[in-house]
Design a protein around this ligand. Structure first.
Ligand SMILES: Nc1ncnc2c1ncn2[C@@H]1O[C@H](COP(=O)(O)OP(=O)(O)OP(=O)(O)O)[C@@H](O)[C@H]1O
Length: 260
């Protein structure tokens, strides 16, 4: 039996993110706080669900981890290496982010799936194998392959975006509400695939998801964000999902009252 403790895939230490511009809302000279005192560790192969009300900082957190934005202060580590010491292209080979609105940049589905692998200089045969594998796994119909972005529905685009991330075989996969436009059956099938992938290939997955039943099915650990702070960091097995649903509904209602 393998008793080796899994390695830390990712670590955040006292990460803060403020908007660059001063706003009227905050007198803080650094600007308006988006994320504050973010500190947590993720082990290789963990499946993390990130939940919280709108505007809580979930997308901002994924963008920090993909280095689309830089923290105002604090440190992020990939295994034991500090982010700022890793060349950005090297980091992006390992950490892949799928945002809510993915673009195919004028390519057909088939071209878009192959493109990241072409950029990595892989052989035609490997590219074909990997692309076919994920088309099959995610049950992408062959008649989508020749279509471009405008010929796909939001849900179809989402599935293609997930496949495009998976062909890359990243070590850390970041997904921002990947199943929000998918029908229940397809969403559940995607979650099954992701769960299996994390288990068999030790891929670490962080997924923002408003659909709590999917988060529950998926996660080994849950991060609960509210107003830019980490409210809870708990193993999935210790969560009272009923209470969580109630508290999220309250927080969402409060947030819409504040905005409305
Ligand atoms: N580039 C930016 N400049 C200024 N403020 C921003 C920027 N991006 C996000 N914000 C603000 O940061 C906060 C967190 O936004 P974020 O998109 O991370 O929330 P979220 O939890 O993902 O919300 P949702 O569930 O609605 O997608 C919000 O108050 C948002 O207005």
């Amino acid at each position: 039996m393998d008793n080796v403790t899994p390695k830390a895939a990712l670590r955040l230490e006292q990460v803060n993110l403020f908007t660059k511009l001063k706003t009227q809302i905050s007198s803080n000279h650094q600007g308006y706080p988006i994320l504050q005192d973010m500190g947590f560790e993720v082990l290789a192969g963990e499946r993390i669900a990130i939940v919280g009300p709108s505007g809580g900082g979930k997308t901002a957190l994924l963008k920090l981890i993909n280095r689309l934005i830089e923290p105002t202060n604090g440190k992020i580590f990939l295994e034991n290496q500090e982010y700022r010491q890793i060349p950005i292209l090297q980091l992006r080979q390992v950490v892949t982010l799928v945002l809510q609105e993915s673009k195919l940049l004028g390519m057909t589905v088939e071209q878009a799936l192959a493109y990241p692998l072409v950029l990595r200089g892989l052989s035609k045969q490997t590219i074909q194998q990997r692309v076919s594998h994920w088309i099959e796994q995610l049950r992408i119909p062959s008649d989508w392959l020749g279509r471009t972005e405008v010929q796909l529905s939001a849900g179809q685009r989402q599935l293609v975006a997930i496949a495009r991330a998976l062909v890359i075989q990243p070590k850390i996969l970041l997904l921002d509400e990947p199943t929000s436009a998918l029908d229940v059956g397809t969403a559940s099938h995607v979650i099954e695939n992701l769960t299996q992938l994390a288990t068999t290939d030790h891929i670490t997955i962080l997924m923002v998801n408003h659909q709590l039943e999917l988060a529950q099915e998926f996660c080994t650990r849950l991060l609960h964000l509210q107003q830019g702070r980490l409210l809870a960091n708990q193993p999935g097995s210790e969560i009272d999902w009923f209470n969580l649903r109630t508290s999220l509904m309250h927080a969402e209602a409060q947030a819409s009252e504040e905005w409305g």
